[in-house]
Design a protein around this ligand. Structure first.
Ligand code: COA
Length: 328
């Protein structure tokens, strides 16, 4: 019996810290409002000359070092992002070239918003298990500051820039690594979180720019309700499928969007907050980077030990969602 394991994890957050107090100088908000409604104190903002692939590259380099592998050994590279360098080509191809991943590797982007890292994990898991590939590098990377409307106080207080990465490989050992994933999507909620223009429905035009159509739009209350519902359902199903109770989970790493969503999830699962990883106070919502960034921090700070069970739970625009169970 073989398993697919996470052999290395890495992350990167840009140096520039944007605090709530600084934001309150440009939009009508306050540190108190942002922190009490979302749990966010500050977020990182990439430099003007830092694109999504630059963030991805730094996270990937640390993940490869953690796995003690070289880029030359990677034959599958997936980047999950909603803020790619440009519409064409994929950010994965740009990262491949900068990192030195060989030309025979398969490289592509996926668009599953904040659930993107779990979607990438599931694709790579399946491909490695069937022996189609040997070593996969999966990255969640976002420069959300480039698609954030800095005049819209209902969204600009929430998002930040970062990247996280993981190296996956197959080992001849049962019941370790990725034990299972459960992913889903419900497109009827697509209009709750979206970027209206810049695609084939509303191509870029003077009008689309004037209407600020290239920035994130969100119905926060609806997203909140859906998030709590789908995360609870998918996390519960994942544990039931593996005959586990919440007390057997050592650490839950939820998508870092809002502390109230996370607390509601933990409470409905009867999981104490001490077993839930939270870093959104320092990074805000970094979409597909959120889970691998938290996973990397958790591992490096000793929150994950050999034998531990970790439950990753995500939701995002789409509406996409998912849960992944890992034994270390
Ligand atoms: N500063 C101050 N006031 C603000 C504000 C801000 N940054 N943003 C909104 N407000 C105001 C609203 O205009 C509203 O005022 P009104 O009552 O006079 O109309 C009031 O605060 C309450 O707004 P509401 O939207 O009901 O707040 P909320 O408690 O739902 O919190 C969110 C708003 C966005 C923090 C919350 O809905 C949320 O986090 N939703 C999920 C978003 C998410 O996770 N998105 C990413 C998904 S991957």
């Amino acid at each position: 019996m073989a398993s697919v394991i996470i052999a290395g994890v890495g992350s990167y957050a840009p140096a520039r810290v944007l605090t709530n107090r600084e934001l309150a100088m440009t939009v009508d908000t306050s540190d108190e409002w942002i922190f009490s409604r979302s749990g966010i104190r500050e977020r990182r903002i990439a430099a003007d000359d830092e694109a999504c692939s630059d963030l991805a590259l730094k996270a990937a380099t640390t993940a490869l070092a953690d796995a003690k592998m070289s880029a030359a050994e990677i034959d599958l590279l997936i980047v999950a992002t909603t803020s790619p360098d440009q519409p064409l080509p994929s950010t994965a191809c740009i990262v491949q070239h900068k990192l030195g991943v060989p030309a025979h590797a398969t490289c592509f982007d996926i668009a599953a918003a904040c659930s993107g890292f779990l979607y990438a994990l599931e694709i790579a898991y399946g491909q490695l298990l069937t022996n189609r590939y040997k070593r996969a590098l999966i990255i969640g990377a976002e420069k959300l500051s480039s698609v954030t409307d800095w005049n819209d106080r209902t969204t600009c207080v929430l998002f930040g820039d970062a990247a996280g990465a993981a190296v996956l490989t197959k080992v001849a050992q049962p019941d370790i690594g990725i034990l299972g994933s459960d992913l889903g999507a419900d497109g009827k909620f697509a209009d709750n979180l979206y970027i209206p223009a810049g695609g084939s429905r509303r191509p870029t035009s003077t009008k689309s720019v004037a209407e600020r159509g290239h920035f994130i739009r969100m119905n926060g209350r609806e997203v909140f309700k859906s998030a709590v519902r789908v995360m609870e359902t998918v996390a519960r199903e994942m544990m039931e499928q593996h005959h586990l109770t919440p007390d057997q989970i050592s650490l839950m790493i939820p998508h870092q969007a809002n502390i109230r969503i996370i607390e509601s999830l933990a409470s409905s699962l009867n999981m104490p907050m001490e077993k839930v990883y939270v870093n959104l106070d320092r990074y805000g919502n970094t979409s597909s980077a959120s889970i691998p960034l938290a996973l990397d921090e958790a591992r490096r700070s000793g929150r994950i030990k050999p034998g531990d069970l970790t439950l990753l739970v995500a939701f995002g625009a789409g509406l996409t969602y998912g849960a992944t169970l890992i034994r270390w």
